[in-house]
Design a protein around this ligand. Structure first.
Ligand code: NAD
Length: 500
C-alpha cells in the first residue's frame, strides 16, 4: 500500500528498530500486512519502568507552566503532522479519514486545554478552627502513569492521559493496543522531535512498549506505577482493576458501554434522526459511546423506524467502503473476530426481532470485513442486548411511559453515554436526573464528546474520568497541610487538652 509507505517514511523512519516476529499488524481496509513487530521483553519493560521513575523525579521539579510549554509545543507539532497521522490512524484502525482527522484534532484540543491547565492546578485554602493556623490543600505530582489503550481510539486516548500527566508533573509509559501499535510509535516519534529541543525534559519522560495482555499485566502489577489508566473492554477492566487495587494503586478505567437514546413524542426528528445515525453507524459502530439501543415512543416508532430504515438501506448501497475515500461514511470493522461477533449477536436477536435491516457482509472480496450496518426492530428489551457488541448493530425498542423507558435504559450493567431527544424541558430534566450514565445529553447523540468535559462512565464502564473538567486530579496526589504561625503552645484540634 503505497500511501502507507509514504506515511511511514514521514512518521516512522525508525520502523526497523521495532521489527520482529511476534506481532503481525494488518490494515482492516484489505487485510494486508503493514508490518511485523517484536514484543518488548519483560527485562526491557522492567528497564522502561525504572527509567520512567527516574524521569518522574526530575520532571516533577520543573515548574508546571514550563511543563505546559512542552505540551504547547507538542500540540503545534501535531498540527504539522495532522494529515499524515490521520491517514495512519485510518490505515491502521479503519475509521474513515474524516474521523481520523477528528481524532488527531482531539489530541490538539487536549494539548491546548492542558497548556491552560498548567497554570490552574489550584488547591484550596481552608479555614482552620484553631487560632494562628492556616490550612491548605496542595496538589503534587503523582509518579509514572501507565497507559493501556484500545484499538478504536489509537492515539486520542493516549493524549487525553499524557497531556494531563505531563502538566501534572508525571512521566508516562504507554502500551498501545496490539492491533494499533504503529500509530503509537508515530506519536512517540512526533513527541521526540519536541523533546530533543526541550532541555528540562528528562530522558524517559514518555515511553512506549509493544506487547499484549502479558506485557500490560507487567505494568499493572508494578508498584512503582501509582496510576494505571486502562481503556478497553469490561473484561480487561475486570482483570486490571482488582490487580491494581491489590497493590493499593489507583486505576482509571474507561471500559465498554451500552449506550441509548430515548426519542420522545415531542422530539424534533430533524435533530433526532441524524444523531441516531451518526451515533449508530459512525466509526462502524466501534466507539465506546456508539448508540446501541434506541427507545422510541410507541406513537412515533413506525415513522422513526421507516426513516432510519431508508437511511440504512442507502448507507448499505453506497456509503460503506474504503475509509480513505471521502465519500465513504462507514469503513471496515477491525477484524474477522469483530465481524463474527456481530453475526452471532444478530443470530441471538433473531427470535426477538420484528424486522432486521442490513447486517450482511459487503465487499466480501476486499480482504477486509465490511458490514452493512444493522438495525433491529424489537417489541421489548431482551436480556441478550444487555451486553456490548462492538459493531454497527442498533436495536429499536418501543416504550409508552418515559419512566418505563428510563428503567429499561438503566437496566444494563454498563453506564457510559445516554441521550434524550425532546423539546419538552420537563422530559429533559427528568432524563438528566435519572440517567445512570457518566454522560447524559439532550438533543445530541451519545457519541462525539468534546474534550472540555470529564469523559467516562459508571457501573461496568469503570467509573474513570478523563480529559476535561477536573479529571487532572487523577494524575496528582492531594496533600492537606496545616501550618501554625503563633508563638504559644499550639492548640489541638477538637479542643482537646493534653497538658503535661
Ligand atoms: P481490549 O480490552 O481487548 O484491549 C484493550 C487494551 O487492554 C489492549 O491494549 C490490550 O492489550 C490490553 N489488555 C487486555 N487484557 C489485559 C490484561 N489482562 N492486562 C493488561 N492489559 C490488557 O479492548 P479493545 O478491543 O482494544 O477495545 C474495544 C473496547 O474498548 C470496547 O469494549 C470499548 O467500549 C472499549 N473502549 C472504551 C472507551 C472508554 O473511554 N470508555 C474508549 C475506547 C474503547
Amino acid at each position: 500500500m503505497s500511501q502507507f509507505d509514504s506515511v511511514v517514511t514521514k512518521l516512522i523512519p525508525n520502523l526497523a528498530e521495532f521489527q520482529g516476529n511476534d506481532l503481525t499488524v494488518t490494515t482492516p481496509i484489505d487485510g494486508s500486512t503493514l508490518a511485523t513487530l517484536r514484543f518488548n521483553t519483560p527485562e526491557e519493560i522492567e528497564a522502561i519502568i525504572a527509567k520512567s521513575q527516574a524521569a518522574f523525579h526530575a520532571w516533577r521539579e520543573v515548574p508546571a507552566p514550563r511543563r505546559g510549554e512542552l505540551v504547547r509545543l507538542l500540540g503545534n507539532k501535531l498540527r504539522e503532522y495532522k494529515e499524515d497521522l490521520s491517514q495512519l490512524v485510518t490505515l491502521e484502525c479503519g475509521k474513515i479519514i474524516e474521523e481520523g482527522r477528528g481524532e488527531v484534532q482531539e489530541m490538539i484540543d487536549i494539548c491546548d486545554f492542558a497548556v491552560g491547565l498548567s497554570r490552574q492546578l489550584y488547591g484550596l485554602t481552608i479555614q482552620s478552627e484553631r487560632p494562628n493556623h492556616t490550612m491548605q490543600e496542595n496538589w503534587l505530582p503523582l509518579g509514572p502513569v501507565g497507559i493501556i489503550s484500545a484499538f478504536n481510539f489509537p492515539v486520542a486516548v493516549w493524549s487525553w492521559n499524557a497531556a494531563l500527566a505531563f502538566v501534572c508533573g508525571d512521566s508516562t509509559i504507554w502500551k498501545p493496543s496490539e492491533k494499533t501499535p504503529l500509530t503509537a510509535i508515530a506519536v512517540q516519534n512526533i513527541l521526540n522531535e519536541v523533546l530533543k529541543d526541550f532541555p528540562e525534559a528528562p530522558e524517559g519522560l514518555s515511553q512506549i512498549f509493544i506487547g499484549d495482555a502479558k506485557g500490560g499485566n507487567q505494568m499493572v502489577e508494578d508498584h512503582r506505577i501509582p496510576l494505571i489508566s486502562a481503556t478497553g473492554s469490561t473484561r480487561m477492566g475486570s482483570i486490571v482493576g482488582p490487580k491494581v487495587a491489590a497493590r493499593f494503586g489507583r486505576s482509571l478505567l474507561e471500559l465498554g458501554g451500552n449506550n441509548a437514546i430515548i426519542v420522545t413524542p415531542s422530539a424534533d426528528l430533524a435533530v433526532a434522526i441524524p444523531s441516531i445515525l451518526f451515533g449508530s453507524v459512525g466509526t462502524a459502530g466501534q466507539r465506546c459511546t456508539t448508540t446501541r439501543r434506541v427507545f422510541v415512543h410507541e406513537s412515533i416508532i413506525d415513522k422513526v423506524f421507516e426513516t432510519l430504515k431508508s437511511a440504512y438501506l442507502q448507507i448499505g448501497s453506497s456509503k460503506v467502503g474504503n475509509p480513505l475515500e471521502s465519500s465513504t461514511l462507514v469503513g471496515p470493522v477491525i477484524d474477522q473476530e469483530a465481524f463474527d461477533n456481530m453475526q452471532s449477536a444478530i443470530e441471538r436477536i433473531k427470535p426477538h426481532a420484528q424486522e432486521i435491516v442490513g447486517g450482511l457482509q459487503l465487499l466480501a472480496d476486499s480482504g477486509g470485513y465490511y458490514a452493512h450496518p444493522c438495525l433491529v426492530r424489537l417489541s421489548d428489551h431482551p436480556e441478550v442486548i444487555h451486553t456490548e457488541t462492538f459493531a454497527p448493530l442498533t436495536y429499536l425498542i418501543p416504550y409508552s411511559d418515559l419512566a418505563d423507558a428510563m428503567t429499561m435504559h438503566n437496566s444494563v450493567p454498563q453506564g457510559l453515554s445516554s441521550a434524550i431527544m425532546t423539546t419538552d424541558v420537563r422530559e429533559a430534566e427528568f432524563f438528566k436526573r435519572h440517567s445512570d450514565c457518566g454522560i447524559a445529553n439532550v438533543n445530541i447523540g451519545t457519541s462525539g464528546a468534546e474534550i472540555g468535559g470529564a469523559f467516562g462512565g459508571e457501573k461496568e464502564t469503570g467509573g474513570g474520568r478523563e480529559s476535561g473538567s477536573d479529571s487532572w486530579k487523577f494524575y496528582m496526589r492531594r496533600q492537606t497541610s496545616t501550618t501554625y504561625f503563633g508563638q504559644d503552645r499550639p492548640a489541638l484540634a477538637q479542643g482537646i487538652t493534653f497538658d503535661v
